[in-house]
Ligand binder design. Sequence first.
Ligand SMILES: Cc1cc2nc3c(=O)[nH]c(=O)nc-3n(C[C@H](O)[C@H](O)[C@H](O)COP(=O)(O)OP(=O)(O)OC[C@H]3O[C@@H](n4cnc5c(N)ncnc54)[C@H](O)[C@@H]3O)c2cc1C
Length: 396
Amino acid sequence: MANKKVKVLILGGGFGGLKTALGLAGQPELDVTLLSDQADFRYYPTLYHAATGGKMTASSIPLAEILKDKNITIEKGTAKKLDRQAKTVKTAAGRELPYDKLVLSLGVVTNYFGIKGLKEYSFGIKSQAESQRLRDHIHKLLIDDGKPDLNYVVIGGGPTGVELAGALPAYIRHVMKMHNLRPKRLNIELVEAAPRLMPRMSKDYSRAVARRLRKLGIKLYLHQAVQAETADSLMVNGKPLKSHTVIWTAGVTNHPFFEDNKFAFGEHGKVQVDKYLQAEDDIFVIGDNAGTEYSGMAQTALHDGQTVAENLIRQAHGKKMKKYRTKKPIYVTPAGPGWAAMQWGPVHLYGWLGWVGRSAGDFAGFHDYEPWRLAGRHWIAEYQNENTCPVCAAQA
Ligand SMILES: Cc1cc2nc3c(=O)[nH]c(=O)nc-3n(C[C@H](O)[C@H](O)[C@H](O)COP(=O)(O)OP(=O)(O)OC[C@H]3O[C@@H](n4cnc5c(N)ncnc54)[C@H](O)[C@@H]3O)c2cc1C
């Protein structure tokens, strides 16, 4: 009788989950299922561009396209309940998926830290839908009132806030031109609670990014706490900043699945994992969910997915698993057209060269999931724009 295949169930079709699935593809001993609550893989690093007129297809790739001919079953559904005894995961729709080995890579969710009004009034860029909503809002103010919102506030001086704030001035000027409006002075503000931008990076890096944003005309409010938001203003350190467009990029928290299913947490609310990235026997937790040194970066999720896939293959061949070794990411933060800060070990690059580094990194990022031809197509899309506003479309 043929040996029974090992059932591997992967939860989450993002950076970590998808990389695990690709690493396991074509293994005859394994029966692999990828469960994701959406049909597409989100390439987050280009979402700031999608929010400022870039092509949505650069940040959204169908899972079916990436996993075509890969012998992986794709299930669409939302994971809800883990039954450790029965070794199953139940979805919101009531489906029960069995596993021998479970890999969790569910990503993080937005956290407003209970700040009044933020959830109701702020915008975000954590998905295509959120990016599209922000883009539509910027145009809608022009179509409805014939005048743009001249005040924009980005909350969060981490990579997402910096990328978005850097891209906003050129985009809003472009939109004003498309709507036949005379150029007006924009007031773009960035609020950060820490004393400097990019607090996880070196002081040099922070300084270079701050200089660049100021050069683009962005006002920085550092060491300032956001207290509340209303429909037309944001309270920061007891003073109102007038704006109808506040974008929240400052907070995320671990996925609720882990608390709901009684996992053990370590620092920063991340799930505790052992030297093989296991939270428990046969349950691997990777990417943003796991308490590893460089958690919170796509490159880490990729590395984790690769490691777990290799170990599952080793186990299927009766070999011992290899210990997880952390991998220091390359940090690249674009801020406005043709400029990025880059830190690769001791090498720091600011400006055009950093931008080239980022561009090369994105190409490599797409190729992590796709053959060169398709990766090239998505990479080119990153430099293309699209008009979803009827006024702009008529002008183009
Ligand atoms: C705007 C933005 C820009 C970023 N830019 C960079 C960058 O330039 N460089 C970098 O290294 N990192 C960047 N990151 C961080 C990077 O995207 C994350 O570290 C990475 O996505 C983590 O991978 P993951 O697999 O842990 O989670 P994700 O990639 O978020 O994948 C989680 C997947 O699980 C699915 N899912 C969620 N809940 C369920 C459920 N209950 N059931 C089934 N499926 C579910 C989600 O839909 C998603 O497909 C950025 C993040 C954001 C938000």
